[in-house]
Design a protein around this ligand. Structure first.
Ligand SMILES: [Zn+2]
Length: 275
């Protein structure tokens, strides 16, 4: 076994050398290509998010691309696993609004925040909601997956559409939605228009948040779930079970909504709070 793995490694190295000698990048060394990002000016919200994000899982694969849900030109503004830093005021609560580009004192290795900070792990994919001209506005969005609508509502004052993607109770949830085109019980396909993006529960910050939950309401990686569930059930070959996302030690999983100042209501059993 040792010999064969050494032989294989040697073979790969040789292939790499051959490919490099030919002046071509070896295919296995390339990063997956991202769709080109529009040159639109970043919003304050986006600046804050990119400024405050420390990825707890920088090398996760695969990724669900924005085109699955939204018209071309939209992009991911936050990933699952990002640890966000919030600034606390003297009263111990997060400042609202949060200052822009404040220096973070949190230890990026241990995620231990300074006294005037706290950290939370984001559990969803955030997507911009921009039209073809790059203007922010509510947009119709697609399911991106095969499944069945099992919930529509505004629990915790957050617009939410829930799609169960398999018979094991794994679900994809679409948050901050302002309008719904489907009803509970509808079967959906990746191209089914589910609703309209909004800022319901996101304090005026229009975007689409896509998260995933298992049957026990535990957050699971939405990238893995979406890539699995965008295929018809008969063609799915990925892992049967998704492991709940585990925040780094000392980091609280995100709860409530994007606004850390909002009171966090106790989650009803069928509807967990979003990050
Ligand atoms: Zn989000």
């Amino acid at each position: 076994m040792r010999v064969s793995s050494r032989v294989r490694a040697g073979g790969l190295r040789l292939l790499g050398l051959v490919v490099l000698a030919c002046g071509v990048q070896p295919v296995f060394a390339q990063e997956p290509k991202q769709p080109p990002t529009p040159p639109a000016e970043k919003s304050d919200f986006e600046k804050l998010m990119s400024a405050s994000g420390i990825s707890a899982f920088p090398d996760r694969r695969p990724r669900a691309m924005p085109d699955l849900f939204l018209p071309p030109g939209n992009r991911r503004t936050s990933d699952p696993g990002i640890v966000r830093v919030y600034k606390k005021g003297k009263d111990g609560k997060a400042l609202d609004p949060q200052p822009k580009d404040f220096p973070h004192k949190v230890d990026p290795t241990t995620y231990k925040p300074a006294e005037d900070e706290f950290v939370r792990m984001h559990e969803g994919i955030d997507l911009s909601s921009r039209d073809a001209k790059g203007e922010k506005r509510p947009l119709d969005f697609k399911a991106g997956v095969y499944g069945k609508v099992v919930g529509i509502g505004t629990d915790n004052n957050i617009g939410r559409i829930t799609v169960e993607v398999d018979d094991r109770g794994n679900r994809v949830e679409y948050l901050h939605t302002s309008k719904t085109f489907v009803k509970v019980g509808d079967e959906v396909k990746p191209d089914t228009m589910l609703g309209v993006t909004g800022d319901v529960g996101a304090k005026g910050r229009l975007h689409l948040h896509v998260q995933a939950r298992n049957k026990d309401n535990k957050a699971i990686n939405p990238d893995e779930v979406v890539v699995y569930a965008k295929k018809p059930p008969a063609e799915r070959k990925m892992a049967e079970f998704f492991v709940p996302m585990k925040p780094p030690q000392g980091v609280t999983p995100a709860s409530a909504d994007h606004s850390p100042t909002a009171p966090v209501p106790a989650p009803p059993p069928t509807s967990p709070p979003p990050p």
